[in-house]
Design a protein around this ligand. Structure first.
Ligand code: ZN
Length: 321
């Protein structure tokens, strides 16, 4: 089924992500009276374009507004093929502008930093060709429409409140439909998989931000959660508890791995990953990247809490306690 009506005026389209373990991005179409908002889109590739274009055609959508919950390519990569303007949080827009200013240099520096953390140096070049943030994004000269925490977007009789939820990215937002108690959670809360929390230059302790953003959602009365990937959820509180326990477990695993000074890559095998391949060296380069990023995020959180220290030795960052 190409289009599912989830609640009146809200449709979901599963936009396929070819060769990606996420499988698809949930693109939500909010169509109220003669106004329409598309929340998240998929990659800038033909498979995604064809699916979303067909859905918009079937729903007879004309000139929709596009909103991206965050800057990742699987959420905003495709928007530029449809529109020259997009709604995003002002923090996310600042990040995009910073990344554009430094362009190739941004990725080069980031990859160099991951190599200092043990990411295999010989695969750095491959990563620069394959990273979805490079390969599948499309940042045309958007007219960005800035959103801030608490802003309300109104379409016909539907009102969506922006909730700033940093962690997965610096300026990630969720959208809350108070009338119907529906939360569009982007990649902040997922149900069948756990959101990747990785170190980024603009987010020094992403796990701390993420955990605070999970707490923030507890004050909202939510009956249905519509996430950016996979299935919907009905029990937000329970899922938040599970996600907190999940990260506590990873923090403990990271801490107990430090019997001697190690890079993030050396700590990574001690963390339980939800993947079948236990030999991390055999993973595809992109998965290695996410694993190093997530391990750094946990180690940096332990550093901020004073439980772990770090030192740079001959171009390698070693964590120890
Ligand atoms: Zn995503």
């Amino acid at each position: 089924m190409l289009i599912e009506e989830i609640v009146p005026s809200v449709f979901r389209v599963k936009v396929p992500l070819p060769n990606n373990p996420l499988r698809y991005t949930n693109s939500y179409i909010v169509k109220a009276e003669d106004e329409c908002l598309i929340i998240d889109t998929g990659f800038n590739v033909d498979e995604c374009y064809n699916t979303l274009a067909l859905a918009l055609d079937e729903l007879r959508v004309e000139k929709p507004l596009f909103l991206s919950t965050h800057l990742h390519a699987d959420h905003m990569g495709l928007a530029g093929r449809f529109s020259d303007s997009i709604l995003m949080s002002s923090i996310e827009i600042e990040c995009i502008e910073e990344m554009r200013r430094s362009s190739h240099d941004y990725w080069k520096k980031l990859v160099d930093f991951y190599v200092m953390n043990g990411f295999p140096k010989e695969e750095a070049g491959l990563l620069l060709r394959l990273h979805p943030g490079i390969k599948y994004t499309y940042w045309r000269d958007f007219k960005f429409k800035k959103l801030s925490d608490g802003d309300v977007i109104t379409l016909g009789d539907v009102s969506l409140r922006c909730i700033l939820t940093p962690g997965h990215t610096p300026g990630h937002i969720c959208l809350y439909d108070e009338e119907r108690k529906v939360l569009f959670s982007g990649d902040h809360v997922l149900f069948d998989i756990t959101p990747n929390i990785s170190w980024m230059p603009m987010l020094e302790d992403p796990l701390n931000e993420y955990l605070k953003s999970l707490e923030k959602l507890l004050s909202f009365n939510v009956k249905l959660v519509l996430p950016g990937h996979r299935g919907f959820g009905i029990n937000l509180r329970e899922r938040i508890e599970e996600l907190k326990v999940h990260h506590e477990k990873r923090l403990k695993e990271a801490l107990s791995a430090l019997d001697h000074p190690k890079t993030a890559w050396e700590v990574a095998p001690s963390i339980s990953w939800d993947i079948e391949e236990k030999n991390l060296s055999k993973l595809p380069v992109i998965q290695k990247w996410f694993i190093v990023g997530e391990t750094i995020a946990h180690l940096e959180h332990l550093v901020r809490k004073g439980e772990v220290s770090k030192v740079e030795v001959r171009g390698r960052i070693l964590y120890y306690c």
